[in-house]
Ligand binder design. Structure first.
Ligand code: FES
Length: 106
């Protein structure tokens, strides 16, 4: 199964297996990982699944929807060029090893 490395705000790395087709938000929440809340259960309506994606993987991600783009403007922690909503990223083989940094607040 492909792996995702979630790095929390303190710099702790959590490497989790996330099945293809699941979102990075689901992978975190189902494993009880702190730092991603996913309040709207992935319907792209809350922005509590904000993460910063390692630049090496940015080009492999699906294009951001207008809705995601708007939500990212209202995140609790600063939006950066690498910001994405983790409920909009579905795991796939080419994302194996993806590293996402979790923000200070959701
Ligand atoms: S879980 Fe709500 S926007 Fe991602």
């Amino acid at each position: 199964m492909p792996k995702v490395v979630y790095v929390d705000f303190q710099g702790n790395r959590n490497e989790l297996e996330v099945a293809n087709g699941m979102t990075l938000m689901q992978g975190a929440v189902m494993n009880g990982l702190d730092g991603i809340e996913g309040e709207c259960s992935g319907s792209c309506a809350c922005a509590t699944c904000h993460c910063y994606v390692d630049e090496a993987y940015l080009d492999k991600l699906p294009e951001m929807s207008e809705n995601e783009d708007e939500l990212l403007d209202g995140t609790a922690s600063e939006r950066l060029g690498t910001s994405r909503l983790s409920c909009q990223i579905r795991m796939a083989d080419d994302l194996d090893g993806i590293v996402v940094q979790l923000p200070e607040e959701q």
